[in-house]
Design a protein around this ligand. Structure first.
Ligand code: FMN
Length: 169
């Protein structure tokens, strides 16, 4: 799929077919995440790949808005690793760019995904950290359930001229 088509047609997918995703596609998706831009090229991300059904079925207990993870083929938790940061505080933007790359790669490969937010909600950050026994310097940003789409949301036109300020506010 061409890049602009992927950007304009991506939608959150929350219903999935019960079907395994081939390993080579999973590698491509993770590689897309790692191709994101980052401040000073610091690449401060770590990814937790969830492929076990029993773990996917627990995720809604950590974020009640991630109930769709139960039916996903897999999920990726995008985490910021503060020990890898060169420019303090930019891990959020870096990891958000990685998460968006993952969403676009998933869509371009004919799969579906949804970003479910963890950071900055401290209760969710703590819940994920405790569940996965993450070290203190690692902060979970987003859980992204992924699968073959079992729904087809329509594309939305979101262009708004009034949000564009040319040469002045
Ligand atoms: C930071 C962030 C957090 C989000 N958290 C959730 C979530 O917890 N659960 C969920 O179902 N969707 C979540 N979403 C997905 C949004 O609801 C979705 O992107 C938005 O409604 C626009 O729809 P679209 O992705 O289909 O374009 C989140 C998206 C972002 C960017």
């Amino acid at each position: 799929m061409e890049a602009l088509e992927a950007i304009f047609t991506r939608r959150s997918i929350r219903q999935y077919e019960n079907k395994k995703i081939p390993d080579e596609l999973v590698q491509k998706i993770l590689a897309a995440g790692m191709s994101a831009p980052s401040a000073g090229n610091e690449q401060p991300w770590q990814f937790i790949l969830l492929s076990e059904k029993s773990i996917l079925q627990e995720m809604h207990k950590l974020n009640p808005y991630a109930v769709m993870a139960k039916d996903a083929s897999l999920a990726i938790i995008v985490c910021g690793d503060l020990s890898l940061e060169k420019h303090e505080g930019f891990w959020v933007e870096d990891c958000a760019a990685a998460a968006q790359n993952i969403l676009l790669a998933v869509h371009a490969l004919g799969l579906g995904a949804v970003w479910t937010g963890i950071y900055p909600r401290q209760d969710r950050v703590e819940a994920f950290r405790n569940f996965f026994k993450m070290p203190e310097h690692v902060i979970p940003l987003a859980l992204i359930p992924i699968g073959y789409p079992a729904q087809k949301p329509v594309t939305q036109e979101r262009f708004r001229q009034d949000r564009i300020h040319t040469n002045k506010w």
